[in-house]
Design a protein around this ligand. Structure first.
Ligand SMILES: O=C(O)CCC(=O)C(=O)O
Ligand SMILES: [Fe+2]
Length: 273
């Protein structure tokens, strides 16, 4: 974790070229070891790019249907098992950074089939820990007593400096109710009200919230937050976040992050054409 006092940040912004640490911090921001990329940041502007990074909150934005409890962290042993399973099973080649798994069932009468045991443990734990955090109808959406829908788990691996373009999860392919879990590293995710447009040309509106997702944290998107808001992760190596005490801000370095996102395939969307 890298923490800068506001004085250090002010010095950086006043005269970046005189600050001995600036190159290191900018490298971290970019998640890059490439000197030329760092230099180009200075060529473009005399202002420090540090000032352009929005300050992220640790608390859920007030978006209808969005649920996030900053105090909720999944058990460390479950998360360690998930990371080692994913790294050892799916992400063994450097260019592979996304895989999708599917399962049917997942109700008390029909236990889910098709997911490795660690994912079943994760789903069971999520059902328990989310019960006090999300309303009963949202819990029932994610953990229904019966369903004919197939559940998808998408697993994304982010190296330091990676991100994901702001998007709304495909409207014709996925239903309501999405659970996102962070493993290995925190990062800031932003949520922007989607402006009118098709899925392909949808653009972010001006209302944007930045939320820090610590490792082992869980978010739920349902209703308006799932359908009307875009979510994304900026490509950078560090995030500017309000301190846990809420009395200042700090820079948090990203490390390798794995996310697991559960969502429902709409009828017919599981048929490949
Ligand atoms: O990595 C994440 O937490 C988000 C992933 C995501 O939004 C997606 O795969 O649609
Ligand atoms: Fe998404």
């Amino acid at each position: 974790m890298a923490t800068l006092t506001s004085e250090e940040r002010d010095n950086l912004s006043n005269d970046p070229e005189e600050n001995d640490n600036t190159d290191d911090i900018l490298d971290d921001l970019e998640g890059s070891e490439d000197e030329s990329e760092t230099d180009s940041l200075f060529d473009e502007s005399l202002e420090s790019p540090l000032l352009d990074i929005p300050l992220a909150s640790r608390n859920a934005p007030a978006i209808p249907g969005f649920y996030f409890d900053p105090a909720l962290r999944l058990p460390q042993d479950l998360c360690d098992e998930m990371v080692s399973h994913c790294l050892g099973t799916y992400f063994t080649a450097p260019h592979v950074d996304q895989i999708m798994l599917f399962c049917r069932g997942g109700t008390p009468e029909h236990p889910p089939t098709g997911l490795p045991p660690v994912f079943l443990s994760l789903l069971g734990t999520l059902s328990t820990v989310l019960r006090p955090i999300i309303p009963p109808e949202v819990h029932a959406l994610m953990f229904p007593a019966s369903t004919t829908l197939a559940r998808q788990a998408i697993i994304n691996k982010y190296n330091v400096g990676d991100g994901i373009t702001a998007h709304v999860d495909l409207l014709r392919r996925y239903g309501d109710g999405i659970i996102g879990v962070s493993f290995g590293s925190g990062c800031v995710m932003h949520f922007a009200r989607a402006q009118e447009g098709t899925e392909q040309d949808m653009v972010q509106g001006s209302e944007i919230h930045h939320l820090y997702l610590p490792e082992r944290s869980v978010l739920v998107m349902s209703g308006e937050s799932r359908f009307k808001w875009m979510h994304g992760i900026e490509k950078r190596g560090m995030d500017r976040v309000v301190t846990e005490a809420g009395d200042g801000e700090e820079w948090l370095e990203r490390t390798m992050r794995i996310s697991v996102t559960f969502r429902w395939l709409l009828p017919g969307a599981d048929v490949l054409t």
